[in-house]
Design a protein around this ligand. Structure first.
Ligand code: UT7
Length: 329
């Protein structure tokens, strides 16, 4: 096992105030049911951003909480990396808006788009930068306001997603604590299976695009499902191999929260019983890059992750992107 160079010092989360239940879809004319959504996905409700709630405001709230928990001031932040696929503006990066809101004047800031793997990718970038010796304290955020980029008339997608942000302070590791293994992969040949087809650089926005809604997320659900199961299983194997650990060494698995059936398949493949798997997809839906840090924040608050815990993270998202990480807390 390598000596960890970076540790996750504190994680916190923030969600919008409005809860949108499965039954609420009837009120906006979406033909679906609580039974269908729960059975196929495990989702019961999600949080949806209202007026005045933005990616910047959610990320800033989560970041402030994480900084307070870690005892880190804005002036101490060297870098802010925001994993997101739903920025507030197309230019500039939302990370700089968070920097301004926090008053982190010394920090560099950028967004990283690896879709649902965004937080996991960002943690690994942070680890690499800490290893160079140039960075001490990095704020990594996974945040999304997906409700503004989904098609609320497409029942194949609109029932799946939710909004929120999770923020983690990553610092140079002091003891034998921190990131023990890290793995990232992508496969761009399958990019069309989960995408926003039009309305950006290759196909600039027109009235037609707006009318047909092809700037919203589209997904080939069954294909994405199969790839998610395969890739998350592979990522779990790589995480254990990289840390030279076996599944019995893992105290908790925190997988990306897209679908309870994908989570169960990943746990089964990794030979980890469901009692050792953190699940909150029922209350948040799929919050993409925010899903793992929100889950970690809750797991720590519930005492399921404490000092000495060995936790495996596994993510999968559009791109496709996927990856894993084992962390000793
Ligand atoms: O974050 C990573 C990316 N996302 C994912 O990991 C999601 C991966 N995919 C999935 O989770 C699943 O494929 C879904 C939950 C999206 C769909 O579940 P499924 O078991 O694969 O259903 P399906 O696509 O095979 O659709 C079954 C039926 C269809 O009807 P027909 O064609 O069989 O008559 C759909 O039209 O269910 C219908 N359907 C719905 N019915 C009620 C699709 N969406 C809904 C809905 N309510 N919301």
């Amino acid at each position: 096992m390598k000596r960890p160079v970076a540790m996750l010092a504190a994680t916190a989360h923030a969600v919008p105030t409005r809860v949108f239940t499965n039954d609420d879809f009837a009120s906006i004319g979406v033909e679906t049911s609580d039974e269908w959504i729960r059975e196929r996905t495990g989702i019961g409700q999600r949080y949806i951003a209202g007026e005045g709630e933005t990616l910047t405001s959610l990320c800033t709230e989560a970041a402030r909480k994480a900084m307070a928990m870690a005892g880190v001031t804005a002036a101490e932040l060297d870098l802010i990396i925001l994993g997101t696929a739903s920025p507030d503006r197309l230019l500039p990066a939302t990370a700089v808006e968070v920097q301004a809101a926090l008053g982190a004047s010394r920090a560099a800031a950028f967004d990283l788009d690896a879709a649902c793997s965004g937080w996991l990718y960002s943690c690994q970038v942070a680890e690499g930068l800490i290893a160079t010796g140039s960075y001490e304290t990095i704020l990594v955020i996974g945040g999304e306001v997906l409700s503004r980029i989904i098609n609320w008339r497409d029942r194949n997608t609109c029932v799946l997603f939710g909004d929120g942000a999770g923020a983690t302070i990553i610092r140079r590791s002091t003891k034998q604590r921190g990131i023990l293994s890290a793995y990232m992969r992508s496969d761009g040949t399958l990019a069309d299976l989960l995408q926003r087809p039009k309305g950006a650089g290759a196909c600039p926005m027109t009235n037609e695009i707006l009318a047909e809604g092809s700037h919203f997320i589209t997904m080939a659900g069954r294909e994405v499902f199969k790839n998610a199961v395969r890739s998350m299983a592979d990522a779990a194997d790589r995480a254990l191999d990289g840390a030279k650990l076996s599944s019995t060494d893992v105290d908790l698995l925190i997988p990306h929260q897209a679908n309870i059936r994908i989570i169960e398949a990943t746990a089964k493949h990794a030979n980890i019983p469901m009692e050792k798997v953190f699940v909150n997809v029922d209350r948040y839906g799929n919050t993409s890059a925010a899903s793992i840090p929100i889950a970690l924040s809750e797991a720590q608050a519930q005492g399921r992750v404490k000092e000495g815990s060995t936790v495996m993270f596994v993510a999968f998202g559009a791109g496709f992107t996927w990856g894993s990480m084992i962390v000793r807390f």
